[in-house]
Design a protein around this ligand. Structure first.
Ligand code: SF4
Length: 200
């Protein structure tokens, strides 16, 4: 199957009108822990909305060819786009794919990219993610749950509230303090700190 263009989501009730890019859950999640697989909200969402699963699967096929993926994403991301949420569903499935996002973010310095990932726990992908998160316009969190070890020092961490290690800002949308991530902005403010989510 040849996929020419990615599907970009138009935002959702959580992020607000921030565009999103997603992949199918589990198939693209090499760092998924048993806890994560058991509680995966994205898998539940994809069961309810099978069209999303199809679109995410097409995105995954496109992402397997990194140069083509970079070109296609750059066609879809205007130079003045302020924010893009990577992976409402899915994760960085390979070092080549993470490198592709580094190339995209470098070409779009006016866009703030943010993502939460468990792929930091995959040794072959971590170096590429370190390069990606070093960019000034990329905000990458190490997602953590009770089945996972502590991440490499220096990462911002996205905790689950039930984890005894949880420390940081309670997600303001889940606390009903803001309408959306767009209004909040905490997660895409460089170095702002860790975030704590309640289980969906
Ligand atoms: S803390 Fe703010 S920016 Fe981060 S996920 Fe929650 S609402 Fe969005």
């Amino acid at each position: 199957m040849i996929v020419a263009e990615p599907t970009i989501g138009r935002g959702n009730v959580k992020v607000g009108p921030i565009p999103t890019f997603s992949l199918p859950s589990r198939f693209s999640c090499p760092g998924a822990s048993p806890w994560c697989i058991k509680h995966c909200y994205a898998a539940r969402f994809e069961r309810v909305w099978p069209n999303c699963r199809v679109a995410y699967s097409r995105n995954l096929v496109l992402s397997w060819n990194a140069p083509r993926f970079v070109r296609a994403m750059l066609r879809c991301i205007p130079r003045d786009l302020p924010y893009l949420r990577i992976h409402v569903s899915g994760d960085f499935h390979s070092a080549q794919y993470a490198d592709a996002w580094t190339a995209i973010a470098r070409k779009r310095p006016n866009t703030q990219f943010f993502a939460y990932t468990r792929s930091w726990n995959v040794a072959s992908i971590l170096p590429a993610l370190e390069q990606l998160r070093a960019l000034g316009n990329v905000h990458l969190f190490a997602s953590l749950d009770p089945d996972m070890p502590d991440p490499t020092p220096g990462w911002r961490v996205a905790f689950i509230g039930i984890d005894p290690r949880a420390a940081g800002m309670r997600c303001r949308h889940q606390q009903e303090e803001v309408e959306s991530c767009l209004e909040c902005g905490y997660c895409f403010r460089k170095g702002a700190g860790n975030v704590v989510f309640t289980v969906h």
